[in-house]
Design a protein around this ligand. Sequence first.
Ligand SMILES: *Cc1c(COP(=O)(O)O)cnc(C)c1O
Length: 454
Amino acid sequence: MDTIKYLLPDSEIPKAWYNIVADLPAPPPPPLHPGTGEPLTAAELEPLFAKELIAQEMSSEREIEIPAEVRQILAQWRPSPLYRARRLEKALGTPARIYYKYEGTSPSGSHKFNTALPQVYYNKAEGTKRITTETGAGQWGSALSIACSMFDIPCEVFMVKVSFSQKPYRKALMETFGGRCIASPSMDTEAGRAILAVDPECPGSLGIAISEAVEVAAKNPDTKYCLGSVLNHVLLHQTVIGLESMRQFELADDYPDVIIGCTGGGSNFAGIAFPFMGESLRGGRKAQIIAVEPSACPSLTKGRYAYDFGDTGKLTPLVKMHTLGSSFIPPAIHTGGLRYHGMAPLVSHVQELGLMESRSVGQKDVFRAGVAFAKAEGILPAPEASHAIAALLDEAIRCREEGVSKSLLVNLCGHGHFDMTAYMKHAAGEIEDYDYPAGEIAMALAGLPAVATQ
Ligand SMILES: *Cc1c(COP(=O)(O)O)cnc(C)c1O
């Protein structure tokens, strides 16, 4: 009755990413130019992104081929293992069959490397000389720094200040690979200076860090910007997770009844869920799909579905998504990767279509769930992933109480080895639950941009 591992050979690394747009009953609303309110053209995105990534962003092809060189590097840790969590099942006394797909085996320790690699690859091919980005918890900045070092491109990372202070080893990791890591808001950009002039103690947010990174790319023709979540092409690159899982469930002779992922910007969740969702959209089997977010930053469960900016400085296009308002600065919770005011437009759209559901959980339950999982399975989850685990435990216990044996799949999107400050706080009983910041969110939502189609 020990944990079982389902492995695939290198030849089973997917040859193409899966684009859910091809199978949706209605296309997602297009991104709009913030000045004109008109749908954005590819040319308008070219100052910021590599051309191939823009083409993927706008594509409705079902399959997009993964370049051979990218597949070769992916083979270092992919296909990633799928585990049957027999020890966790036993600890919970549940008749449920619990599976977890483990993305912590990547060089950077999370799913982020799945997209860092192709993003840097296409930029290198198109002659980009420098890449800028933002990072919340530091997972994305680490993944992009490693990928940039593989392709020999300088990398600049604006890291949300509260995480910069909580997680000094993330900065050290980025710098080891030659990345430059700057606490955001910074004095390097107009966007950063404007925030600091109003609030010198500002803890930062992903929305602010995005403004800084976009500004640097927009002002320098040889510099491009990369984003670690939210955009269609990022979600696309993460579908290797779900595509592999489908093959691994065949090995296990099982199929998930419930699929659970945590959501910050929505990429790891989409990565595991979209290939399964696509199968059901094409008339195949149907799983219940659940996104889990922090109650302190609840875009999917409490946000408004509206056109909004992706950043605080209002430099990005307008995208239709579940949003808490681009000026909302989430509380400084210990899960930096989930502190974003918006949600991926594709995930938002899919929720509007009724293809999935969402829940929120508080910080204390999150850390309790993470420790329970670690004790049973021996892997310490990233606090982000522990949001999904909290919902997984609820489902497994419900199965026990109702006496039903369901198959549950969770995406263990990263390990928590850089999150020990947070685990120490948990052990000392110092993790707090934040109330839902209703007042601040109402204020931020009142400032949503006026868009005719809204
Ligand atoms: C970045 C990150 C997240 C949140 O981003 P998504 O795009 O929602 O996946 C979640 N978990 C980990 C481990 C991360 O690094």
